[in-house]
Write a protein that binds this ligand. Structure first.
Ligand code: PLP
Length: 666
């Protein structure tokens, strides 16, 4: 007899009760919160995408994946919705336009995209194209990013903010690029950079546009809290700012000082942190004007947060403000800082990366199988040893207790009594199992009987977990639930496709993209293809909190079970590595055409095995040749027949041309 495996999630009341619907799934996984307005659940129980936000047509994500598979684009698959990228950019500019109007700000907003957030050519080009009407620019943090920005940014009015460590060549490049009609602003981040700027300017007889990055003392929170404050890696402390201004004045370069920059850190959770920083920076800006610098731009950096769990709280995976709150605060605070001094307000610049690039890409992966603790209740035999019989007795009394008529639930004293009973049963089960193990070690219990004892213990655990009341459950019994949970094996490398979940415990919304009309009766977490025990996904968004188990559907071998990871377009795509030599996944860009239908705009096939081998300086044809020689020798010595040898070489050769992930295709 197979044990029913349902363990309803007690933390979520929507899982209780009889009926189930797509709306219940939307609430359970929070997609109605973090997904707005791009992702929702449709009547088929599939995830539906609205690439143009509220305005536009919808795409059924499941049908899309099926269509892509028909085009030989197998899972795992990174799907990028270019229209979402555009829509995000649009919203950012609308928010600032609205704030500028509401606060009567006598200046304007001109943003840049920090290239490090997603350096893909297609992404950068797309942003420049859609951002042209606002003269949207780029921010570069290294020479390679500067090269990208200089060559792609062809709008003479757009800003090109140059951050990061700068040597003389970096600075000279920026100076010379001004003659190409670009607007690079060299931001001084380290006190010694000013000397390099001065000497390069003298040598070339031309100067760059200059900015200063301030090291603010404002407090900060969150993971990137150390990006500000006295110990920050970048930026000039106030005494250094004053010394830099004097050095520029003496070199006749103060006329080029146009911009003040600060960056509070990524994913600002609490708007209060930003307000403090804005006030401090506003005063420094005013002071620089008074010192005679022409100024004109205040760059408030990145940090505009993404609400990964939709809870709108000041927690790690969320933020306690909207895009409009953010724009309002920037505009209002800067205006307040300038007004008393009679200073012209600056053009406001922001370097929002995460907020622009997160939503547009979705990673879809498939489940290959599940793993679980031994399940099922073995049939009793006549000769069962005492310890095994004891376990069977414990289980039977648990089952009996379960089938008793339902007592009025939620009554504290009743819950308490029930808990005591369950705890007692668990103590018994553990004791009998230990007895069984001791007997086995001493040779009194057969391997088969030991297996039965283990199975019965798990069956007890399962029965107990299902009877636990909602509250007041001690840790030991709570832990049973995770011990019983299933592992879903995912065709995916965490290190390639979701590095932040592993490196910095970043949370992303993860959920099935279909079967959402069906009650998810299992609790589980994911394990990836790598041989690394860190290759797991076991922290899930839970409305301001974290859950370690996700509600999932029963997996049927041979039937697709597709999982989506959402809001992962920023940083993830470009920081992944080749752990276990799992390479990039297939990726497609989807765009909605005039008829509201989707079209493939751009397809990038994932790395082949040959490509990842070459990245590690192996020569695939040499590897193949060695194996050919080895199989020739094996044929000679009669270990391998010619037919098998050719089959082996066939597999080796074709796998070099194939994806690094598992496929069901020959
Ligand atoms: C990383 C970074 C950004 C982007 O931050 P987001 O949180 O993605 O908006 C902006 N400016 C600087 C200087 C950065 O280092």
């Amino acid at each position: 007899m197979a044990l029913p495996t349902a363990i309803p999630s007690p933390s979520n009341p929507t899982v209780e009760g009889r009926s189930w619907s797509g709306a219940a799934s939307a609430a359970l996984y929070g997609v109605n919160k973090w997904g707005e307005p791009y992702f929702s659940v449709n009547e088929l129980g599939h995830i539906e995408v609205k690439p143009k936000g509220e305005r536009g047509p919808t795409i059924d994500l499941v049908e899309l994946v099926e269509g892509l598979q028909g085009r030989n684009l197998s899972l795992p698959l990174l799907i990028r919705f270019d229209n979402i990228l555009e829509d995000r950019l649009d919203h950012l500019h609308q928010a600032f336009a609205q704030a500028i109007k509401a606060y009567d700000y006598p200046g304007h907003y001109q943003g840049v995209f920090p290239v490090k957030c997603n350096q893909q050519r297609h992404v950068v080009e797309q942003l420049i194209e859609s951002g042209r009407r606002w003269n949207f620019g780029l921010e570069a943090g290294s020479k390679a990013e500067l090269l990208i920005a200089l060559s792609l940014l062809n709008d003479p009015k757009a800003l090109l903010i140059c951050n990061g460590y700068k040597d003389k060549r970096y600075i000279e490049t920026a100076i010379l690029a001004r003659r190409l009609g670009r607007q690079p602003v060299v931001v001084i981040e380290q006190p010694d950079e000013v000397e390099r700027i001065i000497s390069a300017s003298k040598e070339l007889g031309a100067a760059p546009l200059i900015g200063i990055r301030a090291k603010l003392s404002a407090r900060s929170t969150g993971r990137w809290g150390s990006s500000v404050g006295d110990k920050a890696k970048f930026g000039l402390a106030v005494p250094d700012i004053l010394a830099t201004v004097e050095a520029l004045r003496n070199a006749n370069l103060l006329t080029e000082l146009k911009l003040l920059h600060f960056h509070v850190g990524s994913q600002i959770n609490d708007i209060a942190v930003l307000k403090d920083a804005l006030q401090e920076a506003g005063q420094i800006y005013a002071a620089l004007c008074k010192l005679g610098a022409p100024m004109g731009y205040l760059d408030v950096g990145g940090g505009l947060g993404v609400d990964y769990d939709g809870s709108r709280t000041a927690t790690a995976a969320s933020k306690n403000y909207s895009l409009q709150n953010y724009a309002n605060d920037v505009v209002a605070t800067v205006r307040e800082s300038c007004e008393p001094w009679g200073i012209t307000v600056p053009t406001l610049v922001s370097e929002s990366g995460r907020a622009i690039a997160s939503h547009f890409s979705v990673l879809v992966f498939d489940i290959l199988g599940t793993g679980t603790v031994p399940r099922g209740i073995p049939n009793p035999t006549d000769s069962e040893p005492l310890t095994v019989r004891n376990l069977r007795f414990t289980l039977e009394s648990l089952i009996e207790h379960e089938s008793k008529p339902e007592q009025p639930a939620g009554e504290p004293s009743k819950d308490q009594r029930k808990l005591e009973k369950l705890q007692e049963a668990w103590n018994d089960a553990i004791k009998f199992k230990e007895d069984a193990l001791a007997a086995f070690r001493l040779g009194y219990l057969s391997l088969t009987d030991r297996a039965v004892a283990e199975q019965l213990t798990w069956a007890c655990a399962d029965r107990i977990a299902r009877q636990l009341p909602q509250t007041g459950v001690p840790e030991e019994l709570k832990a049973l639930r995770s011990a019983l949970a299933k592992t879903y094996y995912a065709n995916l490398s965490i290190f390639r496709s979701a590095p932040d979940t592993w490196a910095i415990d970043q949370l992303f919304p993860v959920m099935p993209i279909h079967r959402l009309n069906e009650r998810p009766n299992e609790l589980g977490s994911f394990a990836d293809l790598t041989c690394d025990s860190d290759g797991k996904l076991e922290r899930f968004v839970n409305s301001g909190k974290i859950k370690t188990l996700l509600e999932l559907h029963e997996f049927t071998p041979g039937q697709p079970y597709w999982i989506g990871m959402f809001l992962a377009g920023a940083y993830q795509e470009v920081m992944g590595n080749l752990h276990n030599l799992f390479g990039s996944t297939n990726a497609v860009n989807i765009r909605i055409n005039e008829n509201g239908e989707y079209q493939l705009d751009h397809v990038v096939k994932g790395d082949t095995n040959a490509q990842v081998l070459e990245a590690m300086e192996h020569n695939p044809s040499e590897l193949l040749e060695r194996l050919r020689v080895a199989s020739e020798t094996a044929i000679q010595s009669g270990q391998l027949n010619i037919q098998d040898a050719s089959r082996l070489m066939d597999h080796l050769e074709s796998s070099l041309r194939q994806t690094t992930y598992l496929t069901n295709k020959p």
